[in-house]
Design a protein around this ligand. Structure first.
Ligand code: GLU
Ligand code: ZN
Length: 495
């Protein structure tokens, strides 16, 4: 039995996209599940839009997600892996040239001398007549003399592949039997531009064949390309791989997820503090499910359970709330040291942005975890929860210090009374368990609602109306700073 070989072939024309990451993950899960080989190839023939920075972004974030490829280009100081290289299309142009020459020699392809202007004019003409866009076959049957005449005019030909009429059919692993009429493919297909660079349809087929790809797993947006590829595989005498087209990723309004409408770069999710376990888990569920209630699955569990039969046909809605929920679940499951290490850069960023005066050590962060762990939809939410602990001088907004049912004088006496009660209780009274009854008792004797008193205290110690639990927050702040902040807040309300 041949060992399955799958690949992803991103174009480095933008940062790693959520959709590409999902495709990469499904290929990875398939390969690992069946003991196959997962290959990374870079389709960098769009020289205008491809950049080394985008390439680095794609490789870095695939790696970050844990989607290690078995074969791929040299990158990040590491050597090329695999025996089918090079793995960048711009380094494989000789192969495309040779394959195109073969098609020309067999008259499966021909030189097309049409200029961009001529093709454009024809496209506009068809558009105006409300006809589908299609090549007009002008160069399909040129005589040798006509070719020579075009050449002497200085025209450089593109190479066009003859699309023969007929139905192209294939069995898609997800969609089942697919049949597409070749008449709908837009006519003979340019496979090599006049400047010698291959078009996507051609490069992908030559490379998939040369790299021994057995299964092509990619987004449904490529479904209409597949018949073109099948015709090219056949014309070149290559075996046709098995295809699996993954459902489109949709916005909640069922429009296609796009850069314009939604956040699509993986790096932006990482920057917000989504953890890799949750992103991988979530991406796996974009078009696939275990068929059970189980939703929280590690990458190894996903590999074990992955089954192409369970890939859905219908679009997969990208539900940010569900992603946040999963992220929170994974944050709860991380070991203390691991979570603290992942939070550290976010806390350093708080300091850099001036929202904190110092960055806690990893050991200090571990100490804060019981208070914050269940309150983090994303790691980036940490600053709002704990910055108040890491600022030297807090300047709460006096308006926030006064709860709705109170006036400034009541707030001031409430804060001072709380301060005195805490001071009077001594160090032994400064625990989560002791603070609550002491302050509730104070509110009761003064005829205040405990909630009002607690709100004034909360704002006094943190500057915020929402914090982790109040008594935990006070203990984390420490007795001396709590007393000082209560006194300072009362001063702000004086006069
Ligand atoms: N470069 C193509 C893309 O990123 C590859 C598509 C394919 O897998 O064939 O969409
Ligand atoms: Zn032409």
């Amino acid at each position: 039995m041949t060992i399955p070989r799958v690949r992803i072939a991103p174009s480095p024309t933008g940062p790693l996209h959520i959709g590409t990451a999902r495709t990469a993950l499904f290929n990875y899960l398939f390969a690992r599940h069946v003991g196959g080989t997962f290959i990374l190839r870079l389709e960098d023939t769009d020289v205008v839009r491809s950049t080394p920075e985008f390439e680095a972004d794609i490789l870095e974030h695939l790696h970050w997600l844990g989607l290690e490829w078995d074969e791929g280009p040299a990158a990040g100081g590491l050597p090329e892996r695999g025996a089918f290289g090079p793995y960048r299309q711009m380094e494989r142009r000789e192969l495309y040239r040779a394959a195109a020459e073969r098609l020309l020699a067999e008259d499966r392809a021909y030189p097309c001398y049409c200029t961009a202007e001529e093709l454009d004019a024809e496209r506009r003409r068809l558009e105006a007549a409300r006809l589908p866009s299609r090549y007009n076959d002008r160069c399909a049957a040129l005589t040798a003399a006509e070719r020579v005449r075009f050449e002497t005019e200085g025209r450089r030909p593109a190479i066009r592949f003859r699309i023969e009429p007929g139905i192209v059919a294939f069995d898609d692993m997800v969609r089942g039997r697919v049949e597409i009429d070749a008449a709908a493919l837009g006519g003979d297909l340019v496979i090599v531009r006049a400047d010698g660079t291959p078009l996507y349809h051609f490069g992908v087929v030559v490379d998939d064949a040369a790299m021994g790809i057995t299964h092509v797993i990619r987004g449904e947006d490529h479904l209409s390309n597949t018949p073109k590829h099948i015709l090219l595989f056949r014309a070149l005498g290559y075996p046709v791989p098995v295809f699996a087209h993954l459902p489109l990723i949709l916005n909640p309004d069922r429009t296609k997820m796009s850069k314009r409408k939604s956040q699509t770069a993986v790096k932006d999710y990482i920057a917000e503090g989504f953890v890799r376990e949750a992103l991988v888990n979530y991406l796996a569920l974009l078009g696939w499910s275990t068929g059970t209630e189980e939703e929280i699955l590690s990458i190894d569990e996903l590999v074990a359970r992955f089954d192409t039969d369970a890939i859905q046909k219908g679009g997969a809605i990208f539900d940010r709330q569900r992603l946040e929920w999963l992220n929170g679940q994974w944050i709860r499951r991380l070991a203390d040291d691991d979570l603290a290490a992942r939070l550290a850069p976010f806390l350093a960023a708080e300091t850099a942005a001036g929202r904190a005066d110092r960055t806690p050590s990893t050991a200090e962060i571990v100490g804060l975890l019981p208070m914050v762990r269940e309150r983090l939809p994303v790691l980036g939410a940490i600053g709002d929860l704990v910055d108040f602990l890491h600022v030297d001088a807090l300047a709460p907004d006096p308006a926030l210090l006064v709860p709705k049912r109170w006036d400034a004088a009541t707030a001031r006496s409430g804060l001072l009374a709380a301060r005195d009660a805490i001071e009077g209780a001594g160090a032994v009274g400064f625990t989560v368990l002791a603070l609550e009854p002491a302050l509730r008792g104070l509110a009761e004797t003064r005829g205040w609602k405990a909630g009002d008193l607690f709100m004034a205290i909360r704002v006094a110690i943190s500057g915020r109306t929402a914090t982790p639990p109040l008594f935990e927050s006070m203990v984390a702040l420490g007795r001396a700073r709590t007393l000082a902040r209560l006194a300072h807040a009362a001063d702000l309300l004086a006069g």
